[in-house]
Design a protein around this ligand. Structure first.
Ligand SMILES: [Zn+2]
Length: 453
C-alpha cells in the first residue's frame, strides 16, 4: 500500500513538475525493484528482501529494504518472490556470419540474460567493426568484445582463414594488424589435436604475447596441456581457455592417465593472477542431448539451436548411435576429468570465469551459458560460486582490466540484470526460469527476441 502511494505520488509530482513532456516521465526518474532476493555477483551472501534503485541506466543503491530507502517519486516494481542476478558474461563465444546473423545471435543471448560476451578468434574485419559498434552503449545489443582473427601454426588447428605466421616478425606484424582494427584481445590456439606436430611454436607465442601487450591488447590462449600453460604464463599471458587435460577426441574423447594438475602449475597460476575459462559445455554437448532428449522439448532452446545440429539430435537413431557407442562411457569419464580440473583449480585459488564456445554447432547462444553454470555446480562449485564466475569474474577480465562497470549489482554499475522466477541458490537450473531481462536500465521485450515456433 505504501509503495503504491509513493508511486502515485511520484507520478503526480512528475506530471505537475514538468508541463511539456509527458512521454518519458518515468524513464527520467528512479526505478525501484522491491522485494526480490538479490544476488549481486560479488559473492556476498544474498539479500533476501532487497531494494535495487536504478537511474539513468545504472544502479544507484542496492541492499536490504531496511537500509535502502525507495526514493520519493520512484517507479516501484514489486518483485517479491523473485531472485535477481547480474546480467551474465560469456567469455568464450564465436559469432557467425553477417551482421544480420550476429544480430539474431545477440537476441538469443539477450533472451537468456547474457548481456556481455567475448568473441574469441573467428571474427573477420567486418565482424570486428560490427562488434565494436555493439560495445558502444546500446541497450538493444549485448556488450561485445572481440579478438578478431586468432593465431595458429601454418596448417595447424583452426589455421584456415586465420593468422598463421611462420616467423616472429610476421607474427608481430599480424598482431599489429588485428589491433589496428580495434580488437581488445589477441587469441592463439596452442594445440595440435587434429594436426599432430603442427603446434604454434614457443618463440612465436612469445612474440605474439609481447606485441599484443606492447600495443594494449590482452593475449588469450586455447590450451590442452600443462607444459604449454606454464610456458605461456612465464611469457606474460594470464587468460586461458579450456584446460590442461587433453581429453578431446572423436565422439568426446577418452580419459587420460594423469589428469591432476601439478602443484608447480597451480602455484604459478595463482601467483600470476591467471584466469581460466574452461569452456566445458562444448565438450559435454557433443553427447549430452542424446542422453537428455527431453531438453529438446523446450521451444526457446529449439529457437536458438543450430538447425542442422537440432535435426541430428531430434533423430532417435542418431541419438541411439551416440548412447550405444563403445566410447560413450569413456566420453562421460573424460568429461568428469574436465570437471575435476575445474574444481581443483578453483579450490587452489585460480580465478575461473565462464564461457561456452557458443556458435559451435552443439552450443546454442544464450542457453549454453546456463548449462555451463549447471556443469560448474555438478563439478562441485556452489551455485553462488557459479554465478560469480558467470558475472563478476568474467567482467573483471575485460578491458579496462579490473575496472568493469558491469558484472555486479552494486551502486555505480550498469543496470544489466536478470529477474528469475525461482531461486538459483537452491537449484542452479533455476537460472533458466527467467521472468525479465534488463539491459542498461531498460526492460527487454523478450517475446520479440526469438522466433519461437
Ligand atoms: Zn572457441
Amino acid at each position: 500500500m505504501k509503495r503504491l502511494q509513493l508511486a502515485v505520488f511520484g507520478l503526480v509530482l512528475a506530471l505537475t513538475g514538468c508541463g511539456e513532456s509527458v512521454g518519458p516521465i518515468l524513464e527520467a526518474g528512479d526505478l525501484a525493484l522491491v522485494g526480490a532476493q538479490l544476488i549481486d555477483g560479488t559473492g556476498a551472501a544474498a539479500t533476501l528482501d532487497s531494494v535495487i534503485v536504478i537511474r539513468d541506466g545504472r544502479v544507484t543503491a542496492a541492499g536490504s529494504r531496511e537500509t535502502t530507502p525507495v526514493p520519493a517519486g520512484a517507479e516501484v516494481i514489486d518483485v517479491t518472490g523473485k531472485s535477481i542476478i547480474p546480467g551474465l558474461v560469456n567469455m568464450h563465444v564465436h559469432y557467425r556470419g553477417e551482421s544480420a546473423d550476429i544480430k539474431s545471435q545477440f537476441n538469443a543471448q539477450l533472451y537468456y540474460g547474457v548481456t556481455t560476451a567475448r568473441s574469441i578468434g573467428s571474427d573477420s574485419p567486418e565482424a570486428v567493426g560490427f562488434l565494436l559498434e555493439a560495445n558502444a552503449d546500446r541497450p538493444d545489443f549485448p556488450r561485445a568484445y572481440t579478438a578478431g582473427l586468432g593465431f595458429s601454426h601454418p596448417g595447424g588447428f583452426n589455421a584456415g582463414g586465420r593468422n598463421a605466421p611462420a616467423t616472429e616478425d610476421e607474427a608481430r606484424m599480424l598482431v599489429r594488424k588485428q589491433i589496428e582494427l580495434g580488437v581488445q584481445f589477441i587469441k592463439m590456439w596452442v594445440n595440435d589435436v587434429a594436426q599432430p606436430g603442427l603446434k604454434i611454436r614457443p618463440e612465436i607465442r612469445v612474440a605474439i604475447i609481447d606485441e599484443a601487450i606492447r600495443n594494449g591488447a590482452l593475449p588469450v590462449a586455447h590450451i590442452d596441456g600443462e607444459a604449454d600453460a606454464i610456458q605461456l604464463i612465464r611469457a606474460g599471458l594470464r587468460d586461458f581457455l579450456h584446460s590442461t587435460v587433453l581429453t578431446f577426441g572423436p565422439g568426446g574423447g577418452a580419459p587420460v592417465d594423469n589428469p591432476v594438475p601439478s602443484s608447480e602449475f597451480l602455484q604459478l597460476a595463482v601467483e600470476n593472477d591467471v584466469v581460466f575459462t574452461p569452456t566445458l559445455s562444448i565438450r559435454q554437448l557433443g553427447w549430452y542431448f542424446a542422453a537428455h532428449p527431453e531438453l529438446l522439448d523446450d521451444p526457446s532452446l529449439r529457437a536458438v539451436f543450430n538447425p542442422d545440429a537440432l535435426a541430428r539430435w531430434d533423430n532417435p537413431e542418431r541419438r541411439a548411435e551416440v548412447v550405444d557407442a563403445d566410447n560413450f562411457e569413456n566420453s562421460k569419464a573424460a568429461f568428469r576429468q574436465l570437471q575435476d580440473f575445474l574444481k581443483t583449480i578453483h579450490d587452489a585459488g585460480i580465478q575461473v570465469a565462464i564461457g561456452t564456445d557458443a556458435g559451435t554447432a552443439n552450443v546454442p547462444f544464450g542457453w549454453g551459458l546456463h548449462r555451463e553454470m549447471a556443469i560448474y555446480v555438478e563439478a562441485g562449485l556452489t551455485p553462488m560460486q557459479a554465478i560469480v564466475a558467470a558475472t563478476a569474474t568474467g567482467a573483471a577480465q575485460l578491458p579496462p582490466l579490473g575496472e568493469a562497470d558491469f558484472g555486479t549489482l552494486v551502486p555505480g554499475k550498469v543496470a544489466d540484470l536478470v529477474v528469475l522466477d525461482a531461486d538459483p541458490l537452491v537449484d542452479i537450473r533455476n537460472t533458466l526460469k527467467i521472468d525479465q531481462v534488463m539491459r542498461m536500465g531498460e526492460w527487454l521485450d523478450r517475446t520479440r527476441l526469438l522466433p519461437i515456433k
